[in-house]
Design a protein around this ligand. Structure first.
Ligand code: ADP
Ligand code: MG
Length: 483
């Protein structure tokens, strides 16, 4: 058996989610992305003597919202701890975090794989603050430090080692990004550092029940890098084992330039952070009432929408995925279907086609799309009831309505002369003119060359195709040619 077939990869993640609160975790400093360096740093951010941190209720609410979505347990008290270490981007000399009693314990997040959803167990979620940013490569002799990010609120999601490949890590990060955006607790931008992950990787023989020794790869800020790091670790660790050596537990860094990792430190040399309870923020009770009220506010979750679209409305997996991508598209589609009392499945099918094929390509994520769900629903009903020809509806009515969203569709149909009932006489006149203009062809047709109908259809559709159903045109043409 080939080496890589014998082993499996085991992966656990520590994902940092930067929250979208306006102010920092323990003081009122702003958190805007891209502000000029060191412009959002007050003495409290730096823990100068005499300053005191205070809790940011939005950080706590965000953590609880996430915990509710994951099905986590909550502790009775909120506690913070100090994690002590020295680094230039940490001027306080410690980070405020949660060590012993994280705000969310347990739970799971469904990730979407080719074969369907799978639950990834969550070990816990804790609150902490970010450090500043060191910039090492701009000046030869100096490093630069920007402390704007120091104190920005983070949630760290720690998974159980339930992931088995780079593709599954990708699916997990995608699910986290989608969920935090649904909950409106983070912008989820990986490129801007709002989502970062440390990847723990070990390998073991397939069928083995105990885990192997793991390595932790720090701070991967893109999915491409995470996948490269996992691939490299799999190769490195399986080679060690095949050569009769051991994998030693290490913290490693990733090198984007060649896709490899190298050791930062071994676990035995791990710094002793001397955690202790944050003395400036004594524990506060976590009120049941607060949790209950946040639970009441909680909206529908991405996988709940997906299941409704797929199972109840019968959409394909792909259509259900596209429409549940963001809260905006999912809400729009759901309300569109709920507008209709009957033929819901048919409206759902039509609505999903119209949104996916004709609306989303023009208005990605529905941004700037001016029609309300009730109007999109009305449009679908026009299609389903065949009030005007499909092509006229999509090519003429829809763009006109988008341009003038206040308009009444009935009136637009009349103004644009799209209504086939009122236009049947006109159609008959137009077709009669075409037939009369080609007496020779008509004679040949009548003589038995039925395929000349194609010639007449071509002429007719060029003239009236926008406004009339091809089926109807054909029927009338045949009638006129046989006459
Ligand atoms: P530490 O306290 O050293 O960071 P944890 O037990 O908290 O260690 O684990 C941190 C992360 O490592 C978690 O995401 C967990 O799932 C993952 N992990 C633990 N053991 C393994 C293993 N053998 N292989 C891969 N990942 C692992
Ligand atoms: Mg850890």
């Amino acid at each position: 058996m080939r080496v890589h077939m014998k082993y499996e990869t085991v992966i656990g993640l520590e994902v940092h989610v930067q929250l979208n609160t306006r102010s920092k975790a323990f003081c009122g400093d702003a958190t805007d992305f891209g502000a000029s360096p060191n412009s959002q740093v007050s003495p409290i951010s730096l823990a100068h003597p005499g300053t005191l941190p205070r809790m940011n209720t939005r950080q706590i609410d965000s953590a609880i919202k996430l915990g509710l979505a994951l099905g986590s347990q909550f502790p009775e008290e909120i506690r913070f701890d100090r994690k002590n270490y020295f680094y230039t981007d940490l001027p306080k000399g410690y980070q405020i975090t949660q060590d012993a009693k994280p705000i969310c314990q347990g739970g799971s997040l469904p990730i979407r794989l080719k074969e369907g959803y799978r639950d990834i167990r969550i070990h816990h979620v804790h609150m902490e603050e970010d450090a500043g940013k060191s910039i090492h490569d701009q000046k030869e002799a100096h490093s630069l430090v920007d402390l704007n990010r120091a104190g920005v609120p983070l949630l760290e999601i720690v998974t159980e080692p339930d992931l088995r490949s780079g593709a599954e890590v990708d699916a997990f990060m995608t699910a986290v990004r989608q969920l935090v955006r649904y909950l409106d607790i983070s912008d989820g931008h990986m490129e801007q550092g709002s989502l970062r992950c440390d990847v723990n990787v070990s390998v073991r023989l397939k069928g083995e029940s105990v885990y192997g020794e793991r390595c932790e790869i720090k701070n991967l800020n893109s999915m491409k890098f995470a996948r490269q790091a996992i691939k490299h670790e799999f190769k490195r660790q399986t080679e060690l084992l095949e050569n009769g050596q051991k994998v030693s537990s290490q913290t490693r860094q990733f090198h984007p330039e060649n896709g490899t990792t190298s050791p930062l430190r071994s676990k035995e040399d791990a710094p002793d952070y001397r955690y202790f309870p944050e003395p400036d923020m004594p524990p506060v009770p976590l009120e049941m009432e607060k949790i209950k009220s946040l639970a009441k506010e909680a909206g529908t979750l991405p996988w709940e929408y997906y299941n409704t679209f797929h199972d109840t409305y019968g959409l394909s997996a792909e259509a259900a995925r596209i429409l549940s991508e963001t809260k905006e598209t999912a809400d729009h589609f759901l309300r569109l279907v709920q507008q209709s009392e009957n033929k819901q499945k048919q409206i759902a099918k039509t609505g999903s086609n119209i949104l996916i094929q004709h609306i989303l390509p023009r208005f990605p994520l529905l941004e700037g799309f001016p029609l309300k769900p009730a109007q999109t629903a009305q449009f679908c009903q026009i299609l389903v009831a065949k009030i005007i020809p499909t092509r006229a509806a999509i090519d003429v009515l829809l763009p006109a309505w988008i341009k003038a969203p206040e308009s009444d569709p009935e009136q637009l149909i009349a103004e644009l002369r799209l209504n086939k009932q009122t236009d049947t006489d006109e159609l008959r006149r137009a077709l009669t003119a075409i037939v009369q203009a080609h007496p020779k062809e008509k004679a040949i047709y009548k003589g038995g060359k039925r395929n000349l109908l194609g010639f007449f259809m071509g002429q007719a559709l060029r003239k009236v195709g926008k406004h009339h159903d091809p089926g109807e045109v054909r029927k009338l043409l045949v009638e006129l040619l046989e006459a």
